[in-house]
Design a protein around this ligand. Structure first.
Ligand code: UT7
Length: 323
């Protein structure tokens, strides 16, 4: 017997405003064709002026709780992955906690940029397996539209806003790879690569700042590191790429997604792809893709899923889980 963190609910929320690529042609030297062919992105959602990350996160959390047939009172902890919290403090997670009517337990944010949801999932699993919580809401939520430099065509066309959430619950398994729940995780970071992807401001540097990225350099690291971390997570679970029903990757660029699947020897019909509709929503992209993948009827109970993500830090990692 072994304790496992099993997914018992999933949900997402996307802001109402949808912005197609053609919008950017009005203000920038770019084209729908360039954005589509270089990134696979066709449209993205942007939050309204008065809509914050904790607003999006709360809506996604409510959807995940409804899917699980639970309320905020049934939850012991919230782990929220974001790099774009409403305020410097308190955490967006505690704001969500209050909005869900949760008066016990604990809530905190995790910041690992685009790899944030993989880090949050891994930490939530550790809380559950170490007996500190029985049911954890794991959320990825971002408003990257707030940190875009709208004059920089090499970044502002790539990102979007949104949120996704999972409810994890402690259940007993057999201790085999056939168990439902999180089977293995792999986390990495290497701070020497800071300059490849960062925001040029923050509390102790006196400004909010804008996202800066050497896209082609990040691209170079992505495919290799993502295929490797996915293989490590699968290997720790006692499984291989052949066992995978769905890769649910971070949705940054269709060419990175395709390259990673190819390196893992898996066809694209085993990959959940949402980048065309959401753009890169950073820490929200994986839970959004899990929720949409379930809605589309792609992800079914018992499926083996590997999620993988890389972003600023660089930070990257993967989680192998049975749905
Ligand atoms: O989620 C966190 C991790 N982030 C990522 O995974 C992003 C990784 N990187 C990428 O997705 C890609 O590198 C990009 C989509 C950002 C760029 O694609 P690329 O094939 O690597 O293009 P590039 O950066 O090498 O740029 C090619 C050309 C450049 O022009 P020159 O120097 O060749 O004349 C750019 O100035 O494309 C130009 N360019 C654009 N042209 C039209 C850059 N942005 C645009 C644009 N519209 N929006």
């Amino acid at each position: 017997m072994a304790g496992r963190s099993v997914v018992v609910g999933v949900g997402h929320y996307l802001p109402e405003r949808v912005v197609p690529n053609a919008e950017f042609e009005k203000t920038l030297d770019t084209s729908d064709e360039w954005i589509r062919t270089r990134s696979g992105i066709e449209r993205r959602h942007f939050a309204a002026e008065d809509e914050t990350t904790s607003d999006l996160a709360t809506r996604a959390a409510e959807a995940a709780l409804a899917d699980a047939g639970l309320t905020g009172e049934d939850i012991d902890a919230i782990v929220l992955a974001t790099s774009t919290a409403d305020l410097t403090f308190p955490s967006a997670a505690t704001m969500v906690q209050a909005r869900l009517g949760m008066t016990k337990g604990f809530a905190f944010d995790v910041q690992a940029v685009c790899a944030g949801f993989v880090f949050a999932l891994s930490n939530a699993n550790a809380l559950i397996l170490s007996g500190q919580a029985k049911r954890v809401l794991v959320i990825g939520a971002e408003t990257f539209s707030r940190i875009m430099d709208w004059t920089d065509r090499s970044t502002c066309v790539l990102f979007g806003d949104g949120a996704g959430a999972l409810v994890l619950e402690l259940q007993e398994g057999e201790g085999t790879p056939q168990d439902r729940g999180i089977l293995a995780t792999d986390l990495n970071s290497d701070g020497r690569y800071k300059d490849l992807l960062y925001v040029d401001g923050g509390v102790s540097t006196h400004t909010t700042g804008h996202l800066r990225m050497q896209g082609n350099q990040v691209f170079r690291h992505a495919v290799e590191k993502l295929a490797k971390t996915a293989e490590i997570a699968l290997d720790r679970a006692g499984l291989g790429a052949d066992d995978v029903d769905w890769i649910v990757p971070h949705q940054a660029n269709i060419r990175i997604i395709q390259g990673t699947a190819k390196k893992m020897g898996l066809p694209m019909d085993r990959v959940v792809v949402t980048v065309q509709d959401h753009g890169n929503t950073s820490a929200a992209s994986i839970p959004l893709a899990l929720s949409v993948g379930k809605e589309r009827g792609q992800i079914k109970p018992g499926d083996l899923i590997v999620t993988e993500a890389i972003g600023g830090g660089l930070a990257w990692g993967a989680v192998a889980l049975r749905w």
